[in-house]
Design a protein around this ligand. Structure first.
Ligand SMILES: [Zn+2]
Ligand SMILES: [Zn+2]
Length: 265
């Protein structure tokens, strides 16, 4: 049984003390592939760490882009730096996470929207799929994606840590997105999230940890790590009424097909 953690942050400081062990533990449990998503200020070397970590481990890939939190830091220099980073390593397979976060509002909303659109267009030019982050901005996110993602160069994307409605999931799947669920789908009060999960067919589904955040039940509150994606898989398998093996293998295949990758052992 093989799992993929489609969105994690193992390049982050939370894993500086034991990154090798974390990757080893995950692989021992069948989590053989991970996408580590570089975030942070694009001017101080934080995003580069994702690529460095991906280069260090087999089957660990990287995504680079400017998170909506840091949208105010996005300028030409940042963009050129990211493009160079993409070209520097064949382990970079996506652009993101990009999008809108109107919960924290760390950058002005107008700036977030402008920078989101700019990055979608840059990713398309580079033939890279995009990883989307959306918090309390679902209508605006869907609006921008519907507008921007129809072009012939658009490579599709992943709606990460899905937290929207069933209607949003349907709209995004229609325009080329996979839907990725994180540990919060396992939380007791997440009925609305499970309502959305109900409309996502297995062949559009991914699973992720978004670690170090959002550890799934029963590990809620602890530092999350890629190993725990197995818990989310078990939970969703029961929810969909399929064997864990089927859910694991299908979500793995979805990831490999979408990013045109092969699993190396
Ligand atoms: Zn996110
Ligand atoms: Zn993330």
């Amino acid at each position: 049984m093989i799992f993929v953690d489609s969105h994690c942050h193992i390049d982050g400081e939370a894993f500086d003390g034991d990154r090798d062990e974390v990757v080893e533990r995950a692989k021992d449990a069948g989590v053989k592939m991970m996408l580590t998503v570089g975030t942070g200020n694009p001017h101080n070397g934080e995003i580069e760490r994702a690529v460095e970590v991906a280069e260090r481990y087999e089957n660990v890939f990287a995504s680079v882009g400017v998170h909506p939190h840091d949208a105010k830091e996005y300028d030409e220099k940042a963009e050129n730096g990211l493009i160079d980073l993409v070209k520097s390593s064949n382990k970079v397979i996506a652009w993101g996470e990009i999008g809108l976060d109107f919960y924290y509002d760390h950058s002005p909303r107008e700036t977030q929207q402008e920078v989101f659109i700019k990055q979608i267009r840059t990713a398309s030019k580079l033939d890279l799929p995009i990883i989307i982050h959306s918090r309390e901005a679902d209508n605006e996110t869907v609006e921008i994606l519907t507008e921007e993602c129809g072009g012939k160069n658009f490579c599709g994307g992943v709606m990460h840590c899905f937290s929207g409605t069933a209607a949003m999931a349907r709209k995004l799947m229609k325009i080329g997105f996979l839907i990725s669920f994180a540990g919060n789908v396992t939380f007791k009060k997440a009925e609305n999230l499970r309502e959305a999960a109900r409309v996502v067919p297995l062949d559009k589904l991914l699973i992720e940890t978004d670690c170090p955040f959002l550890a799934p039940a029963p590990f809620r509150g602890r530092r999350n790590e890629p190993l725990y994606v197995v818990e989310t898989a078990k939970f969703l398998a029961e929810f969909y009424g399929v064997e864990v093996e089927k859910l694991a293998n299908q979500t793995t295949q979805n990831f490999l097909d979408f990013f045109k990758l092969e699993m190396k052992y």
